[in-house]
Design a protein around this ligand. Sequence first.
Ligand code: AMP
Length: 216
Amino acid sequence: MRLVLLGPPGAGKGTQAAKLAAYLGVPHISTGNFLRHNVAQGTDLGKKAKAYMDAGQLVPDDIVIAMTERRLKEPDAKKGFILDGFPRTIAQAEALSKFTKLDAAVNFFLEPEELIKRNTGRRVCPKDDTVYHIFMNPPKKAGVCDECGTPLVIRADDREDVVRKRIETYERQTAPLIKYYRDRGLLREVYASGLIEEIFHRAIEVLKESVPPRER
Ligand code: AMP
């Protein structure tokens, strides 16, 4: 299956993307994770992206489009993919439509007040990108990753002022994609409040409509 996940920062896209990828046996491709690793390693791409990311703004389209196109050409993406964090602008969606065909765009939606709370409680593993939340999804041992024991960190852009900016950026530049995919008959909506497992089951349910019976 070839899926795009939409939703404001804090809606739980990354968590659901990882679960859907494991369930469907396709790679989880997160442009945010890829960019953060490049920033941490100080690559040319990371140097170009850092200032935008620190400010809660989008990295320019040409950079992320080229990067995503390259990633989707890798052999593991032939059988499908979960795109998490791309597209984020209409220009990116148009570019994506030129290099692949999608089965659905899943929009995770949530009340705005919940978003700030969600983002500020998020903790991530800098090594394997596992996402936790201090209340909703805490690690077994406080402050360390269940999978690899690495100390968890707060994302640089999860500070409250940056979170507000990221939500504003989302509303302005990314929310129009909901209409874009609705107009193309690809939009599937998932209410993103509740337990992680409940949200996951809602996602699987809405996706049944998009999977041809032989692939179910
Ligand atoms: P995320 O982990 O998806 O919240 O992404 C973190 C940050 O990476 C965003 O706030 C942007 O600065 C940048 N980023 C990730 N994906 C994209 C994209 N498709 N277009 C532009 N910037 C992006």
